[in-house]
Design a protein around this ligand. Structure first.
Ligand code: GDP
Ligand code: GDP
Length: 438
């Protein structure tokens, strides 16, 4: 199931959480992916240490402006407990133990998830002595780190990965198609999940996530295809205070996207497209996932015919890079057009996994170049020697060419369109990479 462990940072304001976050994703470990659109004030990233991949959340970035500070911290700890497999509790070695730290400790003692205590701002050997005060918290051996100087992170990460649950990778053999509904709060994601479950009476199981509280749902279609509906938490258990904060819901969406093969981007027919929709869709595209755009609550639309065109135009112009994604107009309430959704998901899954023989690709290339000659610059013409598919999920093609400077985005676009016309790639992004041949 491609479950990678989640690590969350908690601690009072100003202890250095975001500094440590940046160290953990930016320096000591390689960033696997940098999430387009959320790089400013990033609170969520994927990292790697000694070939162990993990997700990192800085709960300090999830702020609820109207709440008193101690409540905010409590919610942040709740989020960490709910989302994470391992929690890093950061304290400030320069200030020593504070009441706030003791409060946080009380909340953390209520979970049986592993907590690692990191004493930050221990910039030199003398300051490292301050860690002894923190034994009083009963959180085990404190680890001294310095976010400012980047010291102590090797020990911290060794400790973190030693606490990763072992059962996470067991589901790797799972051959179901994973999909999720993502979108802003109240667009109808949970209603869609329930409507589909209602439709599919053949539910296999409803298994609790191993360590996380997320609940995924499994079902099998009439054709025997297995599906996993990834829970974008909040879908099942609503009502948490922090759920409606934008950062939390974006973070949940990112984690659901990461685990999905196909992402169903839900837009509310009643309220239209918002900025946040673009954020999330951009990420799904970057991540190379299959994409379906779902306009939900279609039952509320009175003038359906003209609204249909209006919505289609609106979506196409707001999400130009998603021109390959089918748009469907549904109602979770009346279940209109929902029966066909699993079938569509299955088709896109196949498209996204498709591999094309090199001979076919090079026939296509020859035809494409004959119809629309390659661009020239200062008397030199772009030559494309060969095209081959190097990867699937999503389909990725390499073009061997004479000179990178001669390749234009518009010509790559042209070839992408040819590929889409000739083979079936509906609903999946495809990647074209040009390489100079020596
Ligand atoms: P957050 O509120 O917990 O996310 O804390 P920040 O990461 O924003 O850090 C708060 C302040 O502490 C900033 O001024 C940082 O530059 C400073 N800081 C963070 N880590 C260290 C450290 O290891 N040593 C020192 N001396 N200052 C640090
Ligand atoms: P979520 O926050 O995205 O999971 O949204 P919910 O599924 O909780 O739906 C939010 C609200 O929209 C609820 O009051 C639903 O009853 C309503 N809703 C969801 N889908 C539809 C629909 O297709 N038609 C109508 N009229 N209302 C819907």
């Amino acid at each position: 199931m491609n479950q990678i462990p989640t690590v969350a940072l908690v601690g009072r304001p100003n202890v250095g959480k975001s500094t440590v976050f940046n160290r953990l994703v930016g320096d000591r470990i390689s960033i696997v992916e940098d999430y387009a659109g959320v790089t400013r004030d990033r609170i969520y990233a994927t990292g790697e240490w000694l070939s162990h991949k993990f997700r990192l959340i800085d709960t300090g970035g999830i702020e609820m402006v109207e709440e008193p500070i101690m409540n905010q911290i409590r919610y942040q700890v709740e989020i960490a407990i709910e989302e994470a497999d391992v929690i890093i509790f950061i304290v400030n070695g320069r200030e020593g133990l504070t009441n706030g730290d003791e409060e946080i400790t009380k909340y953390l003692h209520r979970t049986n998830k592993p907590v690692i205590l990191a004493v930050n701002k221990t910039d030199n050997p003398e300051q490292r002595q301050s860690i002894y005060d923190f034994y009083a918290l009963g959180m085990g051996d404190p680890i001294p780190v310095s976010g400012a100087h980047g010291t102590g992170f090797g020990d911290l990460l060794d400790c973190v990965i030693s606490k990763f649950p072992e059962d996470l990778s067991e589901n790797d053999e799972d051959d179901s198609i994973k999909f999720s509904f993502i979108g802003r709060p109240n667009v109808g994601k949970s209603s869609l999940v329930n409507a589909i479950l209602d439709e599919k009476r053949v539910i296999v199981s409803n298994i609790e996530g191993t360590t996380r509280e997320a609940v995924d749902t499994y079902f099998t279609s009439e054709s025997g295809q297995k599906f996993t509906m990834i829970d974008t938490a909040g879908i099942r258990k609503k009502g948490k205070v922090y759920e409606n904060t934008e950062k939390y819901s974006v973070m949940r969406a990112l984690s659901a996207i990461e685990r999905s093969d196909i992402v169903c981007m839900v837009i509310d027919a009643d309220t239209g497209i918002r900025e946040q929709d673009k954020h999330i869709a951009g990420y799904a595209y970057e991540a190379g996932k299959g994409i379906i755009i779902i306009v939900n609550k279609w039952d509320l639309v009175t003038d359906k015919e003209s609204k249909f065109d209006e919505f289609t135009d609106d979506i196409r112009s707001n999400f130009k890079y998603l021109s390959f994604a089918p748009i469907i107009f549904v109602s979770a309430l009346t279940k209109q057009r929902l029966t066909k959704l699993p079938e569509l998901i299955e088709t896109i899954y196949e498209n996204r996994s498709r591999r094309i023989q090199s001979s076919l690709l090079n026939n296509l290339l020859a035809d494409a170049v004959a119809m629309n000659p390659t661009p020239t610059d200062k008397g030199r013409r772009l030559k494309i020697y060969y095209m081959t598919q190097v990867d699937a999920t999503p389909p990725t093609f390499i073009l061997f060419i004479n000179d990178l400077e001669l390749m234009h985005f518009s010509y790559e676009r042209y070839l992408e369109n040819k590929l889409r016309e000739t083979f079936y790639f509906d609903g999946t992004p495809i990647r074209i990479i040009s390489r100079e041949r020596q």
